[in-house]
Ligand binder design. Structure first.
Ligand SMILES: [Zn+2]
Length: 265
């Protein structure tokens, strides 16, 4: 079966406060991280993280026709990664590469059964993610087979939280507010959504989305902000419990549990 292309672009506000990494010199002179290389067949580059405080707004579109097939039932194993390998295009600077590496390092601790690695040379074959300095922040859902693009624009996508969000899409997850049970927890105010972008709030059925037994989390790293795609500054997503809606900029316990359940590790 031909690989299915599903493209997600994300809109959310994220504030990152601080992150840092330990690094050490490898024998070939590259600065490599621990523990990523221990689990990776690839050379991994890690430098000190330098994160900035700030709030970011990103554009978002989806191709829902393709998502439905990808999301049907439990995502088939062919969409999952054994070796989550990325190649970072040379246009990224040292600080940006550090943020990408930090995000991968944190996800590698969540999924110890997956080998995370940054490719030092762009491969001519194999499954990997090509991270480009493209328009907005975007990723396919799950492993597509061969090379697949992830866009992380330098000006809008460079925080560990946003990068992890995109990588979780690539690992196989869609947005939290698309879950079949979302109406029990949030109200979608479509009258405040920009015309033509209503599809971003589509809800999927139980046969299309697997929640992996984890309760709905309105602060999931995969949840839209309360004013995502607003046309008038008014909320587009309101929590029924009156609480805040949207990612905190970091992994939540629910995110970690879902990832572990999907990958069984
Ligand atoms: Zn997203």
């Amino acid at each position: 079966m031909r690989s299915i292309r599903s493209f997600i672009v994300c809109l959310f506000f994220i504030t990152i406060k601080h992150a840092s990494c330990q690094s050490s010199e490898s024998s070939d002179g590259l600065v490599i991280s621990s523990p990523i290389p221990e689990r990776s067949r690839h050379i991994t580059i890690l430098l000190e993280a330098k994160l900035q405080n700030g709030t970011r707004l990103l554009d978002c579109t989806t191709n829902e026709q393709e998502q439905v097939e990808v999301l049907a039932g439990i995502i088939p194993s062919r969409f999952r990664w054994e070796n989550f390998s990325v190649f970072i295009e040379p246009s990224f600077g040292t600080d940006e590469r550090t943020l990408i590496n930090t995000a991968m390092d944190r996800l590698s601790k969540v999924l110890p059964c997956v080998k995370f690695g940054i490719l030092s040379i762009k491969p001519s074959s194999g499954d990997y993610i090509n991270i480009k300095n493209g328009t907005g922040c975007s990723s396919n859902i799950g492993k597509q087979g061969g090379a697949q693009n992830m866009s992380l624009h330098s000006r809008g996508c460079m925080s560990v939280g946003i990068i992890m969000h995109e990588m979780i899409h690539a690992l196989g997850f869609h947005h939290e507010q698309c879950r079949p049970d979302r109406d029990d927890f949030v109200v979608i105010e479509l009258e405040n959504v920009q015309p033509g972008l209503e599809h971003n709030f589509k809800k999927y059925s139980d046969s299309q989305v697997n929640t992996f037994g984890v309760a709905y989390d309105q602060k999931s790293i995969m949840h839209y902000d309360s004013k995502a795609f607003t046309k008038n500054g008014q909320p587009t997503i309101v929590a029924k419990n009156g609480g805040a809606v949207g990612s905190t900029g970091d992994l939540r316990k629910s995110d970690i549990t879902k990832l572990k359940n999907m990958y069984k590790c």
